[in-house]
Ligand binder design. Structure first.
Ligand SMILES: N[C@@H](CCC(=O)N[C@@H](CS)C(=O)NCC(=O)O)C(=O)O
Length: 210
């Protein structure tokens, strides 16, 4: 049985959307950050970074949210959440997913956790700078979406579901996702899907979603 170790609204959200989109049986294991459950020896044995999410399937263990999404897409080709191996569309899906994780998500992380990077008195200014970087990344995506329904390929891929999660997180910056017209259309299109609405309901996340 698949297991997703999650915490509401965090980086486990994208794999949760993907599990729902596939419609495969799975167990959700709540990791309560306020109790430090992500730093216990048992959890660190699964994910040495002490970060959420982690995915298991029997003795198989996988961490990194994007890797979990890709794994599920590969395991369930019938859900068509990734284009065929060796196709241009698949390479572009890799491109966008990588951009999302190592650029947009990385800068969002710094926006949300300035205390890891600068002293308290500089954190306000640091957040403004990081919010600006995030807005520029969203602008790149928004421009790319001109004339396109999805990031790459002819249907929603794991990259789009991942973008939905980060687009939601970006609602806290000065120029949130909803201020980018093409990005907003993508968020609206995805936000109507049953998979996403079910995941939000389970995680007790209510509208507005982004
Ligand atoms: N690159 C990791 C990052 C995961 C991550 O940073 N998760 C956050 C929640 S969104 C977390 O677990 N934070 C734990 C903490 O703040 O100590 C992934 O995408 O899976």
């Amino acid at each position: 049985m698949y297991r997703l170790y999650y915490s509401p609204g965090l980086a486990s959200l994208a794999p949760h959307f993907v599990l729902k989109e596939i419609g495969v049986a799975h167990e959700l294991m709540l990791v309560d950050r306020s109790l430090g459950q992500h730093k216990t020896a048992d959890y660190l044995a699964l994910n040495p970074n002490g970060r959420i999410p982690t995915f298991t399937d029997g003795t198989f263990v996988l961490f990194e949210s994007a890797a979990i999404c890709l794994h599920l897409a590969d395991r369930h080709p019938e859900a068509r959440l990734i284009a065929g191996l060796g196709t241009d569309a698949r390479s572009h899906q890799y491109q966008w997913l990588t951009f999302l994780t190592n650029t947009l998500q990385a800068d969002l992380w710094q926006f949300f956790r300035p205390e890891f990077y600068v002293e308290p008195e500089r954190q306000g200014a640091f957040k403004t700078v990081m919010g600006g970087h995030v807005a520029r990344h969203l602008e790149v995506i928004d421009r790319h979406l001109e004339g396109r329904d999805w990031l790459a390929g002819d249907g929603p891929s794991v990259a789009d579901f991942y973008l939905f999660m980060l687009g939601r997180w970006s609602r806290h910056i000065a120029r949130p996702t909803r201020t980018f017209p093409r990005l907003l259309r993508l968020m609206e299109r995805l936000g109507e899907r049953r998979s996403i609405l079910e995941a939000f309901a389970i995680e007790r996340i209510s509208a507005p979603y982004y």
